[in-house]
Write a protein that binds this ligand. Structure first.
Ligand SMILES: [Zn+2]
Length: 212
């Protein structure tokens, strides 16, 4: 056995000797390849980490506004151009000189000349058109979002009828001569708003220019 191995060992030794440079080169190549591999793996890992972080950030981001179309912001058109002569007050009493009494004023009053066109502030359907001594001719418009707007102290020449669909900005009537229950303020629109829960709200809060 030994006899046969000896020449083989010698052969191997001479092979090593002959190809020393080749072997060293291969070892070097393996070492370099290993280094490159480790470097790449590390880089790749940190890149994955960064990608994960970005993905997580995206998850944490607030939902796009487009996904909230159900609660889209409601913006009213101005019902008319004019001076605000009464603002919404549900926590303090306001003196009404016409009725000689103190009460809350849960509406927006906009003064304008007699005959000034009053426009619907938002898309909806005319729910009622009534006339009373106190509130003059009054138009109630029901909006799709559950809100209701009430236009009081109008002239009897109302331009809409019950059941009619109206768009934001459509003319619905004109300012009457007498402000009836708010005569002391002169001719004006008394605009009330009911939210989806049926509570009175401030119409000015939904207008782009709340000074109108
Ligand atoms: Zn009023």
């Amino acid at each position: 056995m030994e006899k046969t191995n000896k020449p083989k060992n010698a052969k191997f030794a001479s092979f090593i000797k002959k190809n020393l440079y080749l072997i060293l080169m291969i070892v070097c190549v393996i070492a370099i390849a290993t280094m490159v591999g480790v470097t790449y793996a590390t880089k790749h890992k940190s890149l994955d980490g960064a990608v994960d972080a970005v993905a997580k950030e995206k998850e944490d981001e607030p939902k796009e506004p487009a996904e909230e179309t159900g609660s889209a912001e409601v913006v009213f058109a101005d019902p008319l151009e004019g001076e605000v002569v009464g603002v919404f007050k549900n926590d303090t009493l306001v003196y009404n000189a016409t009725l000689n009494q103190w009460s809350t004023h849960e509406a927006l009053d906009v003064a304008a000349e007699v005959g000034t066109e009053v426009k619907c502030v938002y898309d909806g359907t005319v729910q009622s058109v009534t006339t009373s001594v106190l509130r003059g001719t009054e138009v109630v418009i029901a909006h799709e979002n559950g809100m209701k707007t009430v236009y009081s102290l109008l002239s009897s020449d109302v331009k809409v009828s019950v059941g009619q669909k109206v768009k934001k900005g459509d003319a619905i009537g004109t300012i009457a001569e007498s402000g009836t229950f708010e005569k002391h303020k002169g001719p004006h629109l008394h605009l009330e708003l009911y939210d989806a829960s049926g509570n009175k709200a401030d119409p000015a809060e939904f207008m782009e220019s709340s000074d109108k």
